[in-house]
Design a protein around this ligand. Structure first.
Ligand SMILES: Cc1cc2nc3c(=O)[nH]c(=O)nc-3n(C[C@H](O)[C@H](O)[C@H](O)COP(=O)(O)O)c2cc1C
Length: 337
């Protein structure tokens, strides 16, 4: 059974990768993921806020302990334990590259332009095989238009592409007015891959304390339907690779990702809840399924159920929405009239 695939020009022995998570912060952890069977690993992100904080701390030291970093420090009180610092991040890339054979993809996460290129260059020098850029932007100004937000993503990509030659993937939010057009523009600017989608973490409210609280709930397979839809629509229309992230929990999810046209499927929640052992289990079940259904390779199935190739392309359009609403039948045991 040939499970091989390519992603960002990298040859992978199969399509199941580890996405950025707390289990990919260090070279030792990356090694464990390789041993568990991940075909490639995206490192936990280096965040813009970490770099800002470090600069402010340095300023503070140079200014003999003035309070200039007070705001940043109070803003991110747990940053120290949250992640490793920028220098250590680069060290971990270099260490990982010495100890593992699978591709190591670094990750930068931020929102403002102007700082990405320095770190992208350092990441390239440290030996990363590719770089994922996560522009996790939550617009909250009513005078900022959708096209301004899109320009932000494009500017970040241009900035990084100008300075490095390793492949670049963009991890996107699902909330663009036209996802296909945004994907097209990013591919025109040289994005080697699109990682669809960033999970949009929404805060909850604590009604007793009257506080807004972060509340991370791990994903379920159901959530893969959003990236599934858009990769199906984009496959064969936009020249770039696709990574499906969010909702990959079992072999059927990986197979669906391949069939709509993804190059790879990325996994975090399943591994965080059930352990790294899930990589090998899922791969085994995937190979078994392919044998039973007479597929010889992943390449053979890739894109076979994309909008371009599926028997009924309207299934990915508005017609399907109407069909879906019309097909709803209430549970016979429910109290509905
Ligand atoms: C605890 C945790 C930490 C994460 N850290 C990062 C990160 O540093 N950078 C990033 O781009 N995504 C990060 N993610 C998002 C994952 O890479 C992934 O895209 C998301 O969890 C959806 O995939 P899943 O359904 O397999 O969990 C994190 C997710 C979790 C649950």
């Amino acid at each position: 059974m040939n499970l091989k695939t390519t992603y960002l020009g990298l040859e992978l022995k199969h399509p199941l990768m580890a996405s950025a998570s707390p289990l990919s912060k260090t070279a030792d952890q990356i090694k464990l993921l390789e041993e568990a069977g991940a075909a490639a690993v995206v490192m936990h992100s280096l965040f813009e806020e970490q770099l800002t904080l470090e600069e402010q701390q340095l300023d503070n030291t140079l200014n003999y302990g003035t309070e200039s970093s007070g705001e940043a420090l109070s803003y991110f009180p747990e940053l120290g334990s949250f992640n490793i610092g920028p220098d250590e991040y680069l060290e971990q890339i270099a260490l990982a590259k010495k100890s593992v054979d699978v591709p190591v993809i670094a990750s930068l996460n931020g929102v403002t332009t102007g700082w990405w290129i320095d770190y992208a260059k350092k990441i390239e020098e440290a030996g990363a095989d590719a770089l994922e850029l996560n522009v996790y932007y939550i617009p909250n100004r009513i005078d900022q238009s959708g096209s301004e937000v899109e320009e932000l993503y494009l500017d970040v990509l241009r900035e990084v592409k100008r300075g490095v030659s390793i492949p670049i993937a963009m991890k996107l939010s699902p909330f663009f007015s036209s996802t296909p057009n945004m994907a097209y523009k990013l591919s025109k600017e040289g994005a080697d891959g699109l990682v669809l989608f960033n999970r949009f973490y929404q805060p909850d409210l604590d009604l007793e304390k009257l506080e807004v609280v972060p509340n991370l709930i791990l994903s379920s397979s159901y959530e893969m339907r959003l990236p599934l839809l858009w990769i199906a629509v984009l496959f064969g229309k936009v020249k770039t690779d696709f990574a499906l992230t969010t909702g990959i929990h079992n072999h059927l999810d990986v197979l669906k990702a391949m069939m709509v046209g993804a190059n790879v499927a990325m996994m975090t929640s399943e591994m965080l809840s059930k352990g790294r052992g899930r990589f090998k289990e899922i791969l085994h079940e995937m190979a078994q399924w392919m044998e039973e259904h007479e597929y010889d390779s992943v390449e053979q199935m890739r894109g076979s159920m994309s909008q371009k190739n599926v028997a009924d392309p309207s299934a990915f359009k508005r017609a399907n929405y109407m069909k879906m609403l019309a097909s709803f039948r209430p549970d016979p045991n429910s109290q509905l009239p």
